[in-house]
Design a protein. Structure first.
Length: 118
């Protein structure tokens, strides 16, 4: 039986005379009718480069680090590149191209992150 994942998002900005609501996915919603499904998977990362296998049919991953971590995560394309450093403790959503097989995350220290595959 196929699993469907749907992502909805809402942004609210207020204060200083601003009171705005924004739904960035209203015109381009994300839905995967052949999703790997399931809840977040707790994944132990070691200090250094971690290669994580992407489940089949994944279209997006949500990376949920510990809220109080002082360690950084860097998203890499290949092991030797500089990559993109993610803000410690904040959730990151990453769309993945069809057929993606691995995710490279470099951690500045050991940590457990939750990965939600959609």
């Amino acid at each position: 039986m196929a699993t469907t994942s749907v992502l909805a998002m809402s942004v609210a900005v207020s204060g200083g005379g601003v009171n705005e609501q924004y739904n960035p996915m209203a015109t381009n919603p994300y839905a995967n009718t052949n999703s790997p499904g399931g809840g977040p998977i707790l994944t132990a990362l070691v200090e250094g480069l971690n290669t994580i296998t992407v489940p089949p049919n994944t279209g997006m991953v949500i990376i949920i680090p510990p809220a109080t971590t002082v360690f950084t995560l860097t998203l890499k394309g290949v092991s030797g590149d500089t990559g993109i450093t993610l803000q410690p403790g904040l959730v990151a959503m990453l769309p993945l191209a069809a057929g993606s097989t691995s995710l490279l995350l470099a951690a500045s220290g050991p940590m457990n992150v939750s990965l939600l595959w959609l």
